[in-house]
Design a protein around this ligand. Structure first.
Ligand code: HEC
Length: 121
């Protein structure tokens, strides 16, 4: 009986290892987990998000600037929001390209806008 239990344990722990090993070797491009943010107010797309993107991203991603994705209006920014916040957090490449990273408060504001449903307000 004792032997059965230890064999069971040995195989059991191998099974557990096998479950966890694949997730241990994460791919370089895996999205980074976003921190929890507290959103105390409704973020305004026109007053906060659009000006922030204009100031920090439009030189390369504005209409006609030539770098994909184009981030010049609500539809384009909403469609690319997940990739944008990943890039602001450094994955797969830090944006704005060449750095420095945006202040955390601005990245959190963008995350709040996403969590509030990417409003066009
Ligand atoms: C100085 C130019 C420049 C600025 C400023 C810039 N980017 Fe980029 N961005 C690029 C280039 C160039 C690429 C294409 C990837 C590459 O060749 O490195 C890119 C790629 C991206 C991508 C696609 C990444 C992927 O998933 O492959 C996203 C999303 C992005 N930028 C978001 C942003 C955001 C958001 C900002 C503003 C906070 C920003 N970028 C500012 C030059 C810039």
């Amino acid at each position: 009986m004792k032997k059965t239990v230890s064999i069971f344990l040995a195989f059991g722990s191998m099974a557990v290892l096998a479950l966890f090993l694949p997730s241990a070797c994460t791919k370089a491009k895996a999205p980074v987990p976003l921190p929890e943010v507290t959103c105390s107010s409704t973020i305004s797309f026109s007053a906060q998000i659009a000006p922030m993107i204009d100031a920090n991203c439009a030189s390369c991603h504005g209409a006609g600037a030539g770098t994909s994705p184009t981030l010049s209006n609500h539809a384009e920014i909403s469609a690319n929001a997940e990739a944008m916040i990943q890039a602001m957090r450094g994955t797969p490449e830090l944006m704005p390209q060449g750095g420095p990273a945006l202040p955390d408060s601005l990245i959190q504001q963008f995350q709040c806008w996403m969590e509030q449903g990417k409003l066009q307000n």
